[in-house]
Design a protein around this ligand. Sequence first.
Ligand code: NAD
Length: 271
Amino acid sequence: MPLTQTMPNAPQLQRVKDQVAFVTGAGSGIGRAAAIKLAQEGAKVCLADLKENRAGDVLKQIESFGGQAIVADIDVSDPTRMEAGIRQTFEQWNRLDIVFANAGINGTWTPIENMAEQDWDNTLATNLKGTFLAVKYAIPHMKQNGGSIIVTSSINGSRKFSGFGASAYSVSKAGQVAFAKMAALELARYKIRVNVICPGAIETNIGENTKKTPELKQIEIPVQYPQGSQPLEHKAGMPEQVADLVLFLASGESSHISGAEIVIDGAESLL
Ligand code: NAD
């Protein structure tokens, strides 16, 4: 399904005015919506993604309403490129206040006995190691002034374990929750807040990075909901709804919140 267009009008009240944000996976879905939202609210945003062309489109959109952004061509699992992307952001604007460690893939969904070691490693390297690297290389630039780090985990790995075949994905998402809480405690001394968000189904392009194997049929257990799947809105969430949460966690409105794990799923995972 096509992504909804974000309204390009910048609101009057700018909650992250003049702050600098580094957003991974900014070319699509949740990262794209959050990058646009942060820019609308006055932040200068580095759009970090593997797919530079899509990040380039987001750049144009941000510039169309007078926002400021740059693109960093990175692979979150590659320490050299991650470090370079964060340095590029700091050199451009001389500060770093917000990190949205969001890039992720569903990867290969298959029974554990069929899971290739390489497929396991790919998912963990992108989702979990990528989060660690973003935080690691951001710390030296954030230590001085403090800031906010937001990590995108998932209900898969914290509340829901019926995504059959998604063992690598769920483990990576569970790991992100633990990592964010460890980081929240460790980085509190620098006034760096760290929070982790757990979306349910959100309408994005994540299907492009999902490989389901035929063997899945062997392990699936039918899960039947009474009606629909999301009790609150009876549909998947939109990336812009997640972006509102990211903005809140990035802004001073959440100044006393760190180490929190926030589910955003229209009550889907309570079923
Ligand atoms: P998406 O595919 O629309 O966007 C993900 C972006 O990350 C893409 O632009 C992709 O190019 C980028 N990316 C992937 N691997 C990368 C890498 N190695 N280096 C740099 N960039 C990379 O998907 P999305 O749904 O917006 O996913 C964002 C995050 O949200 C992911 O961590 C995902 O696990 C999480 N999430 C999504 C859903 C959902 O239903 N869509 C639910 C829960 C959690």
